[in-house]
Design a protein. Structure first.
Length: 146
């Protein structure tokens, strides 16, 4: 190293990096609703192909309404973004193939789960002041480990 170079990298050890996954764009319940609607009404698509148009419209409307309400009341989105997300998920659920809604819903549900899993706090440190019952339990655990 030269005379004028910074030696901060030698002094300060690198802190462990925390990986963060951004939250999913929709609430996990909305993703689960899309999967359920896609699979429940898939049976009717197979049984009666003539009712396909009615089934697709029904699933789309139910998916739009459910996702919009979930996004507005549970995810606390405004009405505009809630309705936009509801329309997208309703169209995806209303496509006359079971694969579309299930694939998109599963990806979004997994994304939401991974985002929440990464946010989980680490193990808590042991408090200094223990109650008498905690001391007894801790003593029993130590005795059983010997």
């Amino acid at each position: 190293m030269g005379v004028g170079e910074n030696k901060m990298s030698e002094i300060i050890p690198s802190a462990p990096r925390r990986i963060s996954i951004p939250p999913a764009p929709i609430h996990p319940l909305a993703a689960l609703t899309t999967i359920v609607l896609d699979n429940v009404f898939g049976i009717f698509e197979l049984v009666d192909p003539l009712a396909l148009i009615f089934t697709c419209i029904t699933v789309g409307v139910l998916g739009t309404a459910a996702t919009t309400m979930i996004q507005h009341y549970l995810a606390k989105d405004e009405w505009g973004p809630s309705l936009a997300k509801g329309l997208v998920m309703g169209i995806i659920a209303g496509v006359p193939f079971q694969v579309t809604g299930t694939a998109v819903g599963a990806i979004l549900l997994g994304w939401a789960g991974a985002s929440q899993w990464i946010k989980l706090p680490g193990p808590k440190s042991k408090p200094e002041d223990l109650s008498a019952s905690d001391e007894i339990v801790d003593a029993e655990v130590k005795d059983s480990n010997k």
